[in-house]
Ligand binder design. Structure first.
Ligand code: SF4
Length: 477
């Protein structure tokens, strides 16, 4: 069977502000994971439109398309094209799970939720010429997964070809997050067996890894065993976790010992009322500054995530958030305009309140205002968001933020990482054009190499934090 697997480009790719490097980071790991279920006689092509031109003058028997909200319209056009040619078209992903009726109009088969278990069932049915219209994910497990078909990934087109995911979902339930919608009807947080995760890591060449897990530290026992197993492997890695998990016990130290060098952290907002309204209780009463200091002391760079447009936000929120990031030497910041994705509790609430302004999914890219705001006008929100990016990434603030670290080496790392990421677009575009992106990996690895903090004051602070969190854990088992 001839199979075509496609990740269509997001609508943002047509924007004049499109940054090709941002979308040339990770290969489509989900599709490569599903590709592992095909047989040796199947001929598979995997195309990612973010890094290559799509060839649609082919004639596959089966087409699998991964649908996100801002590539949904493009996905449906591709699906219609291939269905007209007689291919069997299957759609899956976050947007399909959120709006199955919409997706089903363009598909022969749709997948709801994670597809590791339903996909092999579908292939069996297809072979028996009886594929169903809808496949729900029932048994959720990451046991006995076949090795990911990384051979289908064009490694030279990505800055971070070694992306990996060893868990699914997250233990929390934020109202604006897709997670509960995607995992509805079953387990919403589960992990691989530690040995399987370590074997997958072992199969990856080079040093650098990027864990795409929503919350790498979400299961303490799993993460602790994983980091114990990774210690001594000589890996450098990046991942994502919550403020609460950074402050809890000594997990973050174990992660640093295993090679964690940069962390995506969902700070989102400083307002307790916003946190409570968004059901982000895990951030309530957590000391953001202590979390940032703990990461700095361990030599872990921080990518802080912040959301603008929550109901309690006022005109000053943009300046406050940028200033906090600069003052606390956050390495990179990702700002989002609040976006009510269909399927989330936030969307349902806004719909009930009559606040959804458009259902043009192309605009749901966290750069546009698609709902009726509360304290801010839509213009204030959009202008404040744009200004926050401009201000945080001004050279003045990049220098100021870099100089906030104790060690010269740390200051330089910060400067190179932030400056390199945001200020050399022409250079990145040239590297992408010449298909040499993976040759930049040694540079990234150098920037991510360990900074040892020998400052006795910082060591003492870390030690006292460790003792404090151990006491907290004992009091709140
Ligand atoms: S912590 Fe992050 S991944 Fe988990 S539910 Fe909240 S936003 Fe989603």
């Amino acid at each position: 069977m001839k199979v075509k697997m496609i990740l269509p480009a997001l609508a943002e790719s047509e924007s004049p502000f499109w940054r090709p490097i941002k979308y040339s980071l990770f290969p489509p790991l989900g599709l490569a994971t599903l590709a592992a279920y095909f047989g040796p006689d199947d001929e598979i092509e995997l195309q990612d439109q973010h890094v290559e031109a799509l060839d649609i003058n082919d004639a596959p028997d089966l087409v699998i398309i991964q649908v996100y909200i801002t590539n949904a319209n493009r996905s449906y056009k591709l699906a219609d094209h291939y269905r007209n040619q007689g291919a069997h078209v299957a759609l899956g992903g976050l947007h399909v799970t959120s709006l199955p009726a919409e997706a089903a109009r363009h598909a022969d088969t749709i997948f709801l939720g994670p597809a590791e278990e339903s996909f092999p069932r579908f292939l069996k049915d297809l072979k028996n010429k009886a594929p169903k219209k809808t496949y729900n994910s029932t048994n959720r497990t990451l046991e006995n997964l076949p090795p990911i078909r990384r051979d289908l990934i064009k490694r030279n087109r990505y800055l971070v070809p070694n992306s990996i995911s060893v868990t699914r979902g997250c233990p929390h339930h934020c109202d604006f997050c897709y997670k509960d919608a995607f995992f509805k009807g079953g387990k919403s947080f589960y992990t691989q067996a530690v040995d399987d995760a370590l074997s997958e890591i072992d199969r990856l060449p080079g040093k650098h890894l990027y864990f795409l897990d929503d919350h790498l530290l979400g299961n303490t026992r799993f993460a602790s065993a994983l980091f114990d197993g990774m210690k001594g492997m000589g890996r450098l890695f990046q991942g994502a976790a919550t403020v609460e998990s950074i402050l809890r016990g000594d997990l973050i130290e174990k992660a640093a010992d295993a090679g964690l060098r940069s962390l995506f952290v969902g700070f989102e907002t400083f307002s307790p009322a916003n946190l409570a309204q968004g059901n982000k209780h895990q951030n309530l009463e957590k000391d953001y500054v202590a979390a940032a200091n703990r990461l700095h002391a361990l030599g872990i760079m921080i990518n802080g995530s912040f959301v603008f447009g929550l109901d309690e936000d006022d005109e000053d929120v943009f300046t406050r958030t940028v200033d906090w990031g600069v003052k606390n030497s956050i390495t990179t910041a990702t700002y989002h305009i609040l976006t009510p994705y269909p399927g989330t509790r936030l969307y349902d609430r806004m719909e009930q309140e009559g606040r959804i302004l458009t259902r043009n999914w192309d605009l749901y890219d966290t750069r546009n205002v698609v709902f009726k705001t509360a304290n801010l006008t839509a213009e204030q929100l959009k202008q404040g968001y744009d200004k926050a990016y401009r201000d945080f990434y001004s050279w003045r603030n990049i220098f100021k933020s870099s100089l906030g670290h104790d060690l010269h080496r740390h200051k330089l790392k910060h400067l190179f990482y932030t400056g390199g990421w945001k200020k050399f677009e022409v250079f990145w575009n040239l590297i992408i054009k010449t298909k040499n992106l993976n040759h930049m990996l040694p540079l990234l690895e150098t920037i991510l190499s360990k900074v040892k903090n020998n400052n006795p004051e910082v060591r003492d602070e870390l030690q006292s934090m460790h003792v404090q969190t151990q006491e907290d854990s004992a009091n709140n088992p």
